[in-house]
Ligand binder design. Structure first.
Ligand SMILES: C[S@@+](CC[C@H](N)C(=O)[O-])C[C@H]1O[C@@H](n2cnc3c(N)ncnc32)[C@H](O)[C@@H]1O
Length: 260
């Protein structure tokens, strides 16, 4: 597949080009995270012992990571006994992932493709997970029903993305600095997100829309975890939020849902 493949939706083609261009900026975090024992999540590296994203027992579970990027989340889960598959839209990101697999001698299937249309059978997985993958880069009205299709009854969906208040308060990315305490854009109508002068396309929904979409797609909502960094936490994403901001408002949110 190439980024000018005509069958891919326009936002998927644009995001493939974008991620292929910036993949080199994610090599260092791939190396650090592949080498880490304990999972840490999101832009503040919040440890799993604090965030509690994962089910207690992953032994023998079939897991798909939707938008796996360099696949360090998949690596963490594979080391906990899960049978993982990663899918990602960027050949360059998957190239790093494959190099990490070789360096750590930890191999699992990695597919190049769109998380909105996964070439795998119905009811193949016990857990679908995304940390800033499909969670913000794929259209939720396509990838959430697709995750429901892929999961077995009782299967879990866990995804982490930017906090809703953050998306309403952060000025233009890479231009004006981090979020402040003023709402800059409307809440109603949140869905497709294009930053001025940027080629990529993101997706962010309001809370009611997430709940309705999850329920309409066959999920029960289990939890919405609003992540709060520990004191002293720092982030490379200084254009998004300061530590002080993230202590006061949720800069990141984790949805947990169960397939009916
Ligand atoms: C920020 S990375 C996520 C991986 C990792 N957890 C992280 O935080 O670095 C975002 C990934 O989403 C992938 N992506 C974007 N749109 C996608 C889609 N429609 N289907 C699958 N992957 C997608 C990109 O190629 C990129 O590798």
């Amino acid at each position: 597949m190439s980024s000018d493949e005509p069958d891919l939706p326009e936002h998927v083609r644009r995001n493939r080009t974008y991620w292929d261009e910036i993949a080199h900026e994610y090599v260092e975090s791939a190396e650090r995270n592949w080498a880490a024992d304990e999972p840490t999540w999101g832009i503040w590296d919040i440890p799993e012992s604090q965030a509690h994203l994962l089910p207690d027992d992953l032994q023998g579970k079939d897991v798909i990571e939707l938008g796996c990027g360099t696949a360090y989340v998949s690596a963490w889960l594979a080391r906990r006994g899960a049978r993982v598959t990663g899918i990602d839209n960027s050949p360059a990101q998957l190239e790093t992932a494959r190099r990490m697999q070789d360096e750590h001698d930890l191999h699992f299937p990695l597919l190049l493709g769109n998380a909105e249309e996964v070439p795998l059978p119905d009811a193949s997985f016990d857990l679908a997970i995304s940390e800033y993958g499909a969670a913000i880069w794929a259209d939720p009205y396509r990838w959430i029903p697709e995750a429901a299709r892929l999961l077995r009854p009782g299967g879990e969906l866990v995804f982490l993305g930017n906090g809703t208040i953050l998306m309403l308060t952060v000025p233009e990315l890479d231009v004006d600095g981090p979020a402040d305490d003023r709402l800059l854009r409307p809440y109603f109508g949140m869905h497709r997100w294009e930053w001025p002068d940027s080629t990529n396309v993101e997706f962010h929904l309001g809370y009611g829309d997430w709940i309705r979409l999850l329920r309409d797609s066959g999920f029960e909502v289990v939890d919405l975890i609003e992540l709060r960094p520990r004191n002293g936490a720092t982030t490379r994403y200084t254009n998004l939020a300061t530590p002080d901001w993230a202590q006061r408002w949720p800069s990141e949110e984790v949805w947990k849902a169960r397939r009916r």
